[in-house]
Design a protein around this ligand. Structure first.
Ligand code: SF4
Ligand code: SF4
Length: 161
């Protein structure tokens, strides 16, 4: 190949892209739009959860802990629900296994941390994350279903808005 042809081709490619808008985003100032069900995170909704533990059994990494207490009416109070995101590989199998779609894929991917131990999310942290998700998404779950406008506290208490 003649000397300089490669250089000319490279310059042509540069020139072609000069007038085009950038395809990159100035993260974290600008977030890239993402489909609502992209596997960016896991969102657990206490108000949909029965404490059946199917998600924990489906998880290949053993990231999920569910601890329940039987109620007098036969249902279960979910005392503890915890996800260890230090181990999670975001495969989404827990969400696929959940019969009530109480854990769903979606949500922000910007909650990064410096200390890996902060990736252990307990029930209050997961509940706050889910509440925040619904407030920011016009009370629509990641699966597209409408949610009731209510404030849900970590202990499962609901307060209608
Ligand atoms: S996304 Fe996969 S690895 Fe993470 S908690 Fe769910 S099943 Fe486990
Ligand atoms: S998130 Fe779903 S699968 Fe897991 S305990 Fe709750 S209802 Fe059961």
């Amino acid at each position: 190949m003649a000397y300089g042809v490669g250089l000319a081709k490279g310059l042509m490619t540069t020139l072609k892209h000069l007038g085009r808008p950038p395809v990159t985003f100035e993260f974290p100032e600008t977030e890239r739009p993402i489909p609502p069900r992209a596997r960016t995170n896991l969102v657990w909704f206490v108000e949909r959860c029965t404490g059946c533990s199917t998600c924990a059994q489906a998880c290949p990494d053993g990231c999920i802990l569910v601890q329940t207490q039987p109620r007098e009416d036969g249902s279960y109070l979910v005392e503890r629900y915890e996800i260890d995101f230090r181990l999670c590989m975001y495969c989404g199998l827990c969400a696929e296994a959940c019969p009530y779609e109480a854990i769903q894929v979606g949500g922000s991917y910007t909650n990064v941390v410096r200390d890996p131990n902060e990736l252990y999310h307990d029930k209050p942290k997961l509940t706050a994350f889910a509440n925040n998700y619904l407030e920011q998404h016009d009370w629509i779950y990641p699966n597209g279903q409408p949610a009731v406008r209510q404030e849900i506290h970590a202990d499962g208490e609901r307060q209608h808005l």
